[in-house]
Design a protein around this ligand. Structure first.
Ligand code: HEC
Length: 239
């Protein structure tokens, strides 16, 4: 029977069946020294080491097997889009604060897992970054990233409040809740961190055949009333 509860059970089962953890990084951790490149190894050192050790301490938040501590932080990623109605003009992204009303949670968002992050763009809560390199640059130095933010990476027609981007994001950067300790990394170091992040990709997520069991065949699924559930237009878009 199609009920709201059964739909949520079905979606839960579907999501639980998608476990993509067989990454080169896992093989490396399991003892295969050749599973990842030297660049990725250098990137891993920068990712895990503290600032005192010359790293960026990314793992203070992106920790554990899933690379997340499941906590909330203000890391001031650029605010694009309509926001949720916060602030006088309703264009700010107050994030976790909306739930807790706690000043320390203002502009805070949950640390996302970094497993398969290579294929989960656009990145950050608002999708402000369309390149992994740019989001890594942001995480190393948010102020410099905001000052150099390239708005042309967005398909701007569909995004509201772009005129507020700098002002609202600067407010997050200046807020007491802001949590990133900036580091100055050169382009090679940034590229090495990106290589490390790519080593967290399970090859299955880039292989259509491997993913086939989760992708519906076109034009066959019908609901009990005979409506197509996955109708696809000639251009290949889901209808
Ligand atoms: C203080 C905690 C914290 C630290 C330190 C931190 N991050 Fe993050 N990271 C976050 C949070 C929170 C987000 C989500 C921001 C948002 O949604 O706007 C995030 C987002 C990201 C994303 C985008 C993921 C996605 O799916 O959109 C990447 C990639 C990332 N961080 C990598 C790094 C790297 C690399 C470092 C170290 C240079 C780092 N982070 C340091 C908390 C942290």
């Amino acid at each position: 029977m199609i009920t709201e509860q059964n739909i949520s059970f079905a979606i839960g089962e579907y999501e639980r069946s998608q476990v993509f953890i067989n990454s080169p990084w896992k093989q490396y951790v399991d003892g295969d020294n050749t599973a990842i490149s030297n660049a990725a190894k250098q990137g891993a050192i920068l990712f895990f080491n503290t600032q005192e050790e010359g790293g960026a301490d990314c793992a203070s938040c992106h920790s554990g097997d899933f690379f997340t501590d499941e906590s909330f932080y203000n890391v001031a990623t650029p605010q694009i889009g309509s926001g949720k109605g916060d602030g006088v003009d309703g264009s700010k992204d107050f994030g976790r604060f909306r739930e807790t009303q706690n000043e320390a949670d203002k502009f805070a968002f949950r640390t996302p897992s970094l497993l398969n992050v290579e294929v989960t763009g656009p990145w950050s809560h608002a999708g402000a970054y369309t390149s992994l390199t740019e989001v890594v640059k942001h995480m190393t130095n948010p102020q410099v990233a905001l000052d150099n933010y390239d708005i042309t990476q967005l398909s701007q027609d569909s995004i509201r409040n772009l005129d507020k981007l700098t002002e609202n994001t600067q407010e997050a950067l200046d807020a007491a809740s802001f949590e990133i300790v900036p580091v100055s990394f050169n382009d090679v170091e940034i590229a090495n961190i990106v290589e490390f992040l790519k080593s967290l990709t399970d090859p299955c997520v880039k292989d259509r055949e491997c993913l086939a069991k989760w992708i519906p065949d076109t034009n066959i699924a019908e609901d009990p009333n005979g409506h197509q559930l996955n109708a696809v237009s000639e251009e290949g878009n889901l209808l």
